[in-house]
Design a protein around this ligand. Structure first.
Ligand code: FE2
Length: 273
């Protein structure tokens, strides 16, 4: 794999809303126009949940609110981009309790905290809930009469990412969505058809002090802190996520549930919104 870096550290302005450490996640609505989207998928609705970090730093009711918000959107698909656990194996039990109840098909990948604590435990708990877990794999889902290929990459921090393995054998045409935990995983996708990649990991800086947090994160090679980016030919979206691994308090980085609508790049193929 060849690593191509692109400096793109621009932050989206923080949403205007009164905030405190225990409020419900902010609903972020985003549309992505994809040239290779199957026309039948114009208007496809996807919810992204990420960085739930079950445990003492994430209020249970915030997690449950996120589940309720996701179900209310009635998405075609829910994707989860890692870090369900925090620091202890007790989180596997909490994960099973708190993340239950999503009513749409769910596809998940793992994050660095999951690997540090208990990757197999996290994956097993998600699968017990009926959620698919992709560990450098892809799956073809039949949604609205057409196949959507979801490619799930494992975690870059723990060096478990295997891009060629995940893409091997994936259909050459049709709708495709890539899931990763760490945003800069998108830098490894140049030679793959990956028009949209969804990621998390950064918490939007978590305690996002203007000018300082972004500088610290750049030093950690986290150049994509929150929001939309273009990385080569890939549109990258980085969600601020839901929880905290260490402290519940956030600043200028409110918890987020992302409501995504996919749009065809061909206007004559678009359906009414
Ligand atoms: Fe992470």
């Amino acid at each position: 794999m060849r690593l191509l870096r692109r400096r793109n550290t621009k932050l989206e302005p923080p949403p205007k809303r009164p905030r405190g450490p225990f409020y419900e996640p902010l609903l972020e609505r985003r549309e992505f126009t994809l040239a290779d989207l199957d026309p039948l998928h114009d208007g496809l609705r996807i919810v992204q949940l990420t960085d739930v970090h079950v445990g003492r730093a994430t209020p249970v009711h915030r997690v449950r609110a996120a589940i309720t918000q996701a179900n209310a959107f009635a998405p075609d698909l829910v994707v989860m981009t890692g870090d369900y656990l925090s620091h202890t194996e007790k989180g596997v039990h909490l994960l099973r309790e708190q993340l239950a109840g999503l009513t749409s098909p769910v596809v998940a990948v793992l994050g660095n905290h999951d690997h540090w604590v208990d990757a197999d435990g996290a994956a097993g708990a998600l699968e017990e809930l009926g959620y698919a877990v992709l560990r450098n794999q892809h799956t073809n889902l039949l949604l609205r009469g057409a196949a959507l290929t979801v490619v799930g990459l494992d975690d870059l921090v723990t060096r478990t990412t295997d891009v060629p393995k995940a893409f091997h054998g994936a259909p050459r045409q049709g709708s495709r969505l890539v899931l990763a935990h760490v945003p800069r995983t998108a830098e490894y996708l140049l030679h793959y058809r990956a028009s949209l990649c969804l990621a998390g990991h950064t918490h939007g800086g978590h305690v996002n002090i203007p000018g300082i947090t972004s500088a610290i994160m750049r030093g950690l090679r986290e150049n994509y802190i929150a929001g939309r980016f273009h990385v080569q030919s890939t549109q990258l979206y980085v969600s601020r996520g839901i929880g905290g691994a260490v402290m519940p308090f956030r600043l200028n980085a409110p918890p987020e549930v992302t409501l995504i609508t996919l749009r065809s790049a061909h206007p004559d193929m678009r359906r009414a919104a």
